[in-house]
Design a protein around this ligand. Structure first.
Ligand code: CA
Length: 366
């Protein structure tokens, strides 16, 4: 009896120890602490709130098993080095926009913003249900990076000018900050394009180093105080009918996560994709009112001939990009085929509805 009791006690102790070590091992393997680098100032309104929301959601949904520290531009790596940092594994993940990587992968620009291209609703449709996400991942795959769409600005504003623009000729000789394909179009209209990070825009415009700039839309432009440096605020942002933001993840880091944490991460990114756009849609309204009513900003629509010329040159610039390499061609074909279809349908749905709802259209024209 005594011997049996001893054996039982030893067995029980062994079982408990085994259980404890099992639990201990599981916990150690099951906790992940990630870094997310971004191209935005820390906590920047709109786009900078996306990564913060993402980290909070992932923490809550995983009960703390996956935690993510969010770094603003320059805190861990410069804003334009986010892609390299994720590719190399310096950070497990990043939040940015794909047109910043045009020097490395020109074709990536199709996924951020195309002048006279698709808006946020249409881009989400193409990316999620029209083959766009597969192509985007194909472009990043050689860099060991997985991508998810993670927010949209919606249609942006045309930008801030220190004088009235009444014709294409009025653009000639201006110095302007405008990135991406839109900047190339402006360049072909006689504008000298200057590239600079967001943080330098205000002082450059105020000092006269540049005559004009685009940034995002009323919400972010108000936050930067751009109304203090230029009087004329033009629309529409033909150059950026939206910018789609990206969440990029180092492939090895992604594969190291158990399936449930991967699902949590994807689900949180999908949430952020919608919420960034919703925040812009909500905040731009009040910000525009403040700009016009409190800061006496002169709100103007681009003249028809400027828009027509920009559209003509945009088609040139985009087809030149498509001709530059086979991957760009493949993406362009998919993008433009989808845009043709969605434009046809939206002509009799979204567009027809907007026209019916508000037949007078905008009221800022003389
Ligand atoms: Ca912009």
């Amino acid at each position: 009896m005594q011997r049996n009791a001893l054996v039982s006690a030893v067995a029980l102790a062994a079982a408990v120890t085994g259980l404890m070590s099992l639990t201990g091992t599981a916990q150690a393997q099951d906790s992940y602490h990630w870094k997310m680098v971004t191209s935005w100032p820390k906590n920047f309104p709109g786009v900078g709130q996306g990564p913060e929301r993402l980290a909070k959601l992932v923490d809550e949904m995983s009960d703390g098993r996956l935690t993510i520290d969010v770094y603003g531009a320059g805190q861990l790596v410069p804003g334009f080095e986010v892609f390299d940092a994720v590719s190399e594994g310096t950070a497990e993940m990043g939040h940015s926009a794909s047109y910043y990587w045009k020097g490395k992968v020109p074709a990536a620009q199709f996924f951020a913003a195309v002048p006279f291209g698709m808006n946020a609703q249409e881009m989400n449709a193409w990316l999620q249900y029209g083959g766009g996400m597969d192509l985007w991942n194909e472009v990043y795959e050689p860099f060991g990076v997985e991508v998810m769409v993670a927010g949209a600005s919606g249609v942006q504003m045309g930008g801030w000018y220190n004088k009235e623009i009444n014709s294409v000729a009025d653009l000639e000789g201006l110095k302007m900050r405008m990135p991406g394909l839109g900047g190339e179009v402006m360049n072909r209209m006689g504008v000298a394009i200057v590239n600079m990070p967001g943080g330098e825009i205000f002082t450059s415009l105020q000092s006269g180093a540049i005559d004009a700039t685009e940034w995002i839309g009323p919400y972010n432009d108000l936050a930067f105080g751009l109304y203090q440096a230029a009087d004329y605020y033009y629309y529409p942002g033909w150059h950026e009918p939206t910018v789609m933001f990206e969440a990029i993840v180092n492939q090895q880091a992604m594969e190291s996560l158990p399936a449930d944490l991967q699902a949590i991460l994807r689900s949180a990114v999908a949430d952020v994709n919608q919420s960034v756009l919703d925040e812009y849609t909500a905040r731009n309204n009040d910000a525009l009112k403040t700009l016009v009513e409190e800061h006496d900003v002169v709100l103007k629509r681009f003249p028809d001939d400027v828009l027509a010329k920009a559209k003509e040159l945009s088609a040139q610039v985009v087809s030149e990009l498509a001709a530059s390499d086979p991957m760009a061609k493949k993406i362009y074909d998919s993008y433009s085929t989808f845009q043709d279809k969605v434009e046809n349908y939206h002509a009799i749905s979204e567009q027809a509805y907007y026209n019916a709802r508000n037949p007078e259209g905008d009221t800022t024209q003389d």
